[in-house]
Design a binder for this molecule. Structure first.
Ligand code: ATP
Ligand code: MG
Length: 559
């Protein structure tokens, strides 16, 4: 589709209206504000693609701002991982910033507010404060501490800052309106005491600003024109505006918060808190376990940055909560790898084939293109010899006409090689087939131009030469959860739906050219699916992750 003609999403419409109403385009500025308390997931990718996409579209800077106001949960490891993931997706941020850069400024402004009678220190218990908050249908009641004198508030706030009080004993609250229809406006907490070492500010502070007090002011300080967040913050918008108004100066731009629906994905969970549980309880191997919906997990699984961006664009953004089918994500990576991944030969569930009329000891190195349908992929040679492996399920002693694979008395083509005919098979005492004896047509080599090579044969099988094949560990993944919405059950924990069979390890044989494959390199194993070299690979142990099988359930649904 032509870029120009693509209809605008509702956020682009808002921006277009602002531009039409006189906002100069050079004032556009966006930000992506992750809290460094976990790794980024595919939901964050929606927000990243949205914000950085707007930056590219309007040639506007996008800041990467770490929302680091809760030292209890935040770590440098997460900061590093977040940067790595955004860069891997291919986006460039303008400035790398931290909410903690503004701790002093926020503190100074708080003093100002106290002096103006707009904030007070409350030392009630959180239960008492919760009781006074009211409900959506019932107004709240004022705290007995609401009318403390300015002097007393200043003194108490200073003591909070100077570590003279215990954690949880005092908070600073904005004095707004306990009867406000919007519960967020009922004297929200601005600061709480947390005696934790912060990954950037160390022990400089023991009072930390709350999300709302921090976010709007940070947007204002950075002069973000459009602060895009997810729907759960819609009710916070009044407060966001109220806080910005406190410090707003007419010569500056007033940031605007707008909300869109979170990206949810079927068959997984997306909250960092829950993903952290999976990691901490050892239910997965780490944040980058290939079954995780994290960017690092998807990367390790074999996903490309392009596939994630296409997924984000295709799923689009919405004003209402919804769940995106994971089949769409799988479709996006299949579609990308179909165009980009070299095609190679690997056998996952092998049975030996002996070609009885092929000379013993002979070996041939056959030309094999990495992609028979597209130019530019190049080629390699694959070794052929008297003994090869094929997939067990590609042979049957007898089968009906629709079985185009190998059966007794019938022929198949071996990819890039010869036509073979099954003559007999050998079984063990349990009746399991251990060897298939075939003959080959020596004039039928693929691409040799002979009459025999042009014979029409319905089935083509993948194979590897026994003598030359490399052993490889192949990790085949299934969904991590058996339920479409594992965290959508009131009476059950999301972990009750963990799929016990989400990982199967297979000892496979792959063609020898894969010896030099590098970590994260992606391939199509012909007729099987897409696979990617895992970081656990060592000199003597080649490890592949199955990214996706070839079958495309999404494409089928779309038909
Ligand atoms: P989680 O609930 O998964 O822990 P979060 O909202 O606490 O996520 P943040 O680090 O605060 O995570 O999010 C950074 C940005 O990414 C925010 O602007 C947030 O709105 C956005 N974001 C987070 N999760 C999603 C999602 N599932 N879909 C779209 N945007 C998201
Ligand atoms: Mg958050």
């Amino acid at each position: 589709m032509n870029e120009e003609k693509k209809s605008l999403n509702f956020l682009e419409q808002i921006i277009e209206e602002d531009l039409a109403n006189g906002l100069p385009q050079e004032k556009l500025r966006f930000r992506f504000p992750p809290e460094p308390n976990g790794y980024l997931h595919i939901g964050h990718a929606a927000s990243i693609c949205l914000n950085f996409g707007l930056g590219l579209k309007y040639n506007a800077p996008v800041n990467l701002r770490f929302d680091d106001t809760n030292p209890a949960k935040e770590e440098q490891e997460y900061v590093d991982a977040i940067k790595q993931d955004i860069a891997w997706l291919g986006f460039k941020w303008d400035k790398e910033l931290y909410s903690s850069n503004y701790f002093q400024q926020l503190y100074d402004w708080s003093l100002q507010l106290i002096k103006e009678g707009k904030a007070y220190v409350d030392n009630q218990t959180s239960e008492e404060m919760a009781k006074q908050k009211g409900t959506p249908t019932e107004v709240g009641t004022n705290s007995p501490n609401r009318d403390r004198s300015i002097e007393e508030n200043l003194e108490l706030f200073l003591k909070m800052k100077n570590r003279e009080f215990k954690e949880g004993s005092h908070v600073l609250r904005a004095k707004i309106d306990m009867k406000h229809v919007n519960m967020q406006m009922r004297d929200p907490i601005m600061y709480r005491i947390l005696k934790k070492t912060h990954h950037r500010t160390g022990n400089d502070w023991c009072i930390y600003p709350m999300y709302d007090w921090t976010h709007g002011e940070s947007d204002y300080l950075e002069q973000i024109s459009h602060s895009i967040c997810t729907l759960e913050f819609k009710s916070h918008r009044d407060l966001y505006d109220w806080y910005v108004n406190l410090v707003y100066d007419a010569s500056k731009l007033r940031p605007k918060q707008r909300e869109f629906a979170r990206r949810n994905l079927s068959y997984t969970v997306m909250s960092k808190r829950k993903l952290l549980q999976l990691v901490e309880e050892g239910l997965v191997s780490g944040w980058d376990d290939p079954r995780m919906p994290t960017i690092s997990g998807l990367r390790r699984r074999g996903y490309t940055p392009n596939s994630i961006k296409t997924f984000s664009d295709t799923a689009g953004i919405s004003k209402r909560d919804n769940v995106t089918d994971v089949a769409l994500l799988e479709h996006c990576i299949k579609d990308d790898l179909n165009k980009t991944a070299p095609r190679v030969l690997a056998v996952l569930d092998p049975v030996k084939v002996i070609i009885t009329n092929y000379p013993e000891g002979k070996e041939e190195f056959l030309d094999a293109s990495y992609n028979d349908y597209e130019e530019g992929f190049g080629s390699r040679t694959v070794p052929f010899s008297r003994e090869i492996y094929i997939e067990k399920e590609d042979f049957r002693e007898e089968a009906n006409k629709k079985f185009f694979r190998l059966k007794l008395g019938k022929e198949v083509r071996l990819k890039n090689a010869y036509i073979i005919k099954a003559e007999s098979c050998v079984k063990d005492e349990n009746g399991t087939i251990t060897e298939i004896h075939c003959t080959y047509d020596e004039d039928s080599l693929s691409g040799s131009g002979t009459e025999a090579s042009k014979r029409k044969i319905k089935g083509t099988l993948h194979w590897v030469s026994v003598k030359h094949a490399l052993k490889a560990e192949v990790r085949v993944y299934d969904r991590l959860f058996t339920d479409e919405a594992p965290d959508g059950h009131k009476d059950k924990d999301f972990k009750d739906f963990i799929n016990p069979n989400s990982l199967t390890v297979i000892n496979a044989f792959v063609e020898p050219s894969l010896k030099t494959a590098t970590i994260l390199e992606r391939f199509q194993f012909q007729r099987l699916g897409y696979f990617c070299v895992d970081k656990d690979t060592t000199e003597n142990n080649l490890v592949f992750n199955r990214t996706v099988p070839l079958r495309d359930s999404w494409a089928k649904m779309e038909k």
